[in-house]
Design a protein around this ligand. Structure first.
Ligand code: IPD
Ligand code: CA
Ligand code: CA
Length: 258
């Protein structure tokens, strides 16, 4: 099943690589954009994934069928293009993200950047991989790596708290990054490009697939309040190795997250 899903995601990536007139529209009258390729890729994936797991449900960011909860049985959780603003602005950092949950628990994740031909994937209990190479998270301090964050482009009311927290954390890390795609930011924790990543608000399709990858690489995931991550609606998220996670919470405790 995993290799068939990987093939489908790679093909979806080709649609993005061949994109020409992308037809940008605003979803909410603000900076939350969508293009014809977001819809096209989701439609393509739903069709292909249905052939692989016929009785699966779907949670997707775009279009019809996009409810926000993975219920009983198999359910695919799809973000056709994670990093739409990067896509529009011609930054080559985007991901096609496909997670699979079973009875509400994430069991498989595939995250693909077609521009770099980087395919991250993991199955519960079977390890995480990048282009066939096993991923193992290094246990290290925040001050030995990059801290990646999410600027909350669609929840600007969070920015005051976000930047207060970020300022404190930034002194502990080698440097900070905002790369415009949550799915890749989390996968980059799995392959040690980032020591940690945090966001005050993500949708389930932003992290469902990457969550399996980071866990299978030996990393930890929590909400910024130290709770387990659920598979519904919106959630905050911290992904890190064990030591960096402890350091994150030691600093977050000093900053009011209310
Ligand atoms: C967004 C990206 C971005 C993050 C936003 C997400 P989209 O997803 O992951 O990095 O800051 O919170 O919603 O809209 O490009 O699929
Ligand atoms: Ca997304
Ligand atoms: Ca998206």
């Amino acid at each position: 099943m995993l290799s068939k899903i990987i093939d489908a995601v790679r093909e979806a990536g080709k649609l993005i690589l061949n994109a020409d007139d992308i037809e940008v529209a605003s979803k909410d009258g603000g900076a939350n954009y969508v293009t014809k390729y977001d819809f096209m890729v989701q439609e393509f994936l739903c069709k292909r994934l249905k052939e692989i797991v016929p009785d699966a449900g779907f949670v997707g960011e775009e279009g019809s069928g996009g409810h926000e909860k993975a219920g009983d049985g198999y359910c695919f959780i799809i973000d056709p293009i994670d990093g739409t603003t990067n896509f529009i602005c011609n930054y080559k950092l985007i991901a096609v993200s496909v997670g699979l949950a079973l009875d509400g628990e994430p069991v498989l994740g595939v995250v693909y950047n077609p521009y770099l031909d980087e395919m991250f994937y993991a199955e519960k209990g079977k390890g995480a991989y990048l282009n066939g190479k096993k991923l193992i998270i290094k246990d290290r301090s925040l001050n030995e790596g990059l801290l990646c964050f999410n600027s909350s482009p669609y929840n600007k009311e969070l920015r005051e708290t976000l930047f207060k927290l970020l300022k404190e954390l930034s002194y502990q890390a080698v440097d900070i990054r905002e790369i415009g795609t949550a799915a890749l930011s989390i996968c980059y924790v799995a392959d040690n490009r980032n020591a940690a990543y945090f966001s005050l608000a993500l949708s389930v399709w932003d992290y469902a697939a990457a969550a399996v990858i980071v866990r299978e690489a030996g990393g930890e995931l929590m909400t910024v309040n130290g709770e387990n991550i659920g598979l519904y609606g919106t959630s905050s998220l911290v992904a890190a190795n064990r030591t960096a996670m402890k350091e994150f919470f030691a600093i977050a405790e000093k900053v009011s997250l209310a």
